[in-house]
Design a protein around this ligand. Structure first.
Ligand SMILES: [Zn+2]
Length: 138
């Protein structure tokens, strides 16, 4: 009896979502929380597929692998609407640039020019992705 039920369920799943080769199933419970009325495409599909994209910096043709997407959304908890925009080489360059910016930022926090100390620093001062300068709230 159990075996029959399992087989039925299996058949049902097969007929409902024919998964293309190379697809990696989505575990929607592992995704970062998001507020939206629409679901990201991979959630609707139920699996990740390799996605071709063009590197934003060097313009080279790249493929964002299904397994990399799963890692990004479910392990790294990347924002569900974010996608790969940089190739590996450019991403490394970008990380280095950000690390430098963060270092400069932290040094600024440790030695504030007005001498009030880091207490005076507003908590909104998160280093934004492309904002190397730290703006203070007056
Ligand atoms: Zn590139």
């Amino acid at each position: 009896m159990m075996a029959t039920q399992q087989r039925k369920r299996h058949q049902l799943r097969q007929s409902m979502c024919p998964t293309p080769a190379g697809a990696v199933p989505v575990n929607s419970k592992a995704l970062a929380p998001y507020n939206s009325y629409s679901w990201p495409e991979f959630v609707t599909l139920g699996y990740y597929v390799d996605k071709p994209f063009t590197c934003r910096d060097c313009g080279s043709e790249q493929v964002w692998r299904a397994s990399q997407q799963k890692w990004w959304y479910e392990v790294a908890k990347g924002f569900v609407y974010s996608t790969a925009v940089l190739c590996r080489a450019c991403r490394r360059k970008e990380q280095k640039r950000k690390a430098e910016a963060r270092k400069i930022h932290m040094e600024g926090l440790a030695n504030p020019p007005d001498g009030r100390g880091s207490q005076a620093h507003p908590d909104v001062c998160e280093l934004k992705a492309d904002d190397a300068t730290c703006r203070r709230r007056a």
